[in-house]
Design a protein. Sequence first.
Length: 167
Amino acid sequence: MSKVKTPEDKYIQRDRMRYIKNSECATLCYLGLLFDVFYFVLIYRQDVGTYYYTIQIGASIIYNLIFMLAVFLASEAVKNYKKNYSYVLLVAGAMQIVRMFIIPLRARSAETLVSGEEVTVMTNGTFTKAIIYLAISAAALIFSAVLNYIRCTALESHVKSLENSKA
């Protein structure tokens, strides 16, 4: 049976936020990182001729490393209710969506020569997995950003009300 939350319950819940970590948002960040790693492994283990030996793939690898560092840093910051890191997570989530249209989409329609035969660089199954991994990563990061923003705003409001009541 669910209990209706009274104003006192809401007050206690908000007051507890001052002392406990925002672990749900951090966990969502880790989930976003995990699915990015799945994408990373899926894409970069492909060995289809020389298709993946380009400057674009090199830039993608460097971007991926920076992405993982930024999201990990943001995950640590959102644990402590840092509101500005919501924007970092929103941008990271949006970039995961943009990434769907770069390597996977181009590799799906590309063909290359392997042992004298034309082969498709990325199969439909691999393409689908790559898109799913990026979509889950983006959704987790965006949801973490929104949830963190809401919680930080509620905590700021609560702390401000405490300061006003002391004055």
